[in-house]
Ligand binder design. Structure first.
Ligand code: TMP
Ligand code: ASP
Length: 241
């Protein structure tokens, strides 16, 4: 195995099969474009388990993903894809940068799910893209942009319903996609408390309801416990434990 790439939360290794890669999920956590760094003990395992379970479940709903299997708790075997340098964010409820940039009040239920595209480029601070900028930068064809939008909305529908069945509100989340050798778009990266905003429906406290990386971003404490809570509810609901 050779290290192919090390990101903020994962390391990607080659395998003896050219079309298969191995992802090692790390306990490291960063926020605000790496200005804030830390470690959440057990996060690698938790995020890998949650992501693997959700990818597998989405596959059963006909969403194509890069997931193959999970050889160890913190490792995922994936199909090698060319990552599309776009972060696709779907929002159901106003929070985070949407509130900062528009003045919307946190917690406002949006009249329709908002799909946004950001440039995946840490040096530039992952700027928000317009549809014309997407085409200008040749990040995706018009057809691929429409495909990304419709897959993201479908995933939002599935995940919103799924998390609700776990007594969790899916506020917003970020997706990444990759192209396989046949140029098919596959859902890639991860779906975890690092990449979603998840609010516990079992508590009314604005502070306690946060079950995601916002606990780390805003020093809310009990980060590990929140991630464990999400893992427990997701795996239990899917009959994994
Ligand atoms: P935002 O409100 O900060 O733009 O984040 C929207 C969603 O995207 C939220 O669920 C967190 C997720 N996200 C990532 O996964 N990676 C990132 O780098 C950022 C900025 C957000
Ligand atoms: N993932 C980004 C970072 O590494 C930003 C965030 O999630 O807040 O800094």
């Amino acid at each position: 195995m050779k290290k192919l790439y090390e990101g903020k939360a994962k390391i990607i290794y080659t395998t003896d099969h050219p079309e298969i890669l191995l992802t090692q999920f790390k306990d490291d956590v960063t926020a605000f474009n790496s200005l804030k760094r830390g470690i959440i003990p057990g996060k690698g395992e938790i995020n890998c388990q949650i992501s693997s379970a959700l990818f597998k479940w989405l596959e059963s709903k006909d969403i194509a993903t890069h997931f193959i299997d999970q050889p160890a708790h913190s490792q995922m075997r994936i199909r090698a894809v060319k990552i599309v340098p776009i972060e696709v964010v779907v929002r159901n409820i106003a929070a985070g940068s949407l509130c900062r940039q528009t003045g919307l009040i946190e917690g406002k239920i949006l009249p329709f799910p908002l799909v946004e595209f950001y440039l995946k480029n840490d040096e530039l601070g992952d700027p928000l893209l317009t549809s014309d900028r997407l085409l200008l930068l040749e990040l995706a064809s018009q057809k691929q942009v429409e495909q990304l939008q419709s897959i993201a909305l479908k995933i939002n529908q599935y995940l919103t319903e799924f998390f609700a069945s776990c007594q969790i509100t899916l506020v917003d989340f970020k997706l990444e996609f990759g192209l396989d050798p046949q140029e098919n778009l596959l859902l890639a990266d991860e779906i975890s408390p690092d990449t979603c905003r998840l609010w516990d429906q079992q508590t009314k406290s604005l502070r306690d309801r946060v079950l995601d990386k916002d606990r780390f971003r805003h020093d809310l404490g009990k980060v590990e416990a929140a991630y464990q809570q999400v893992r427990q509810r997701v795996l239990e609901k899917l009959g994994i434990r």
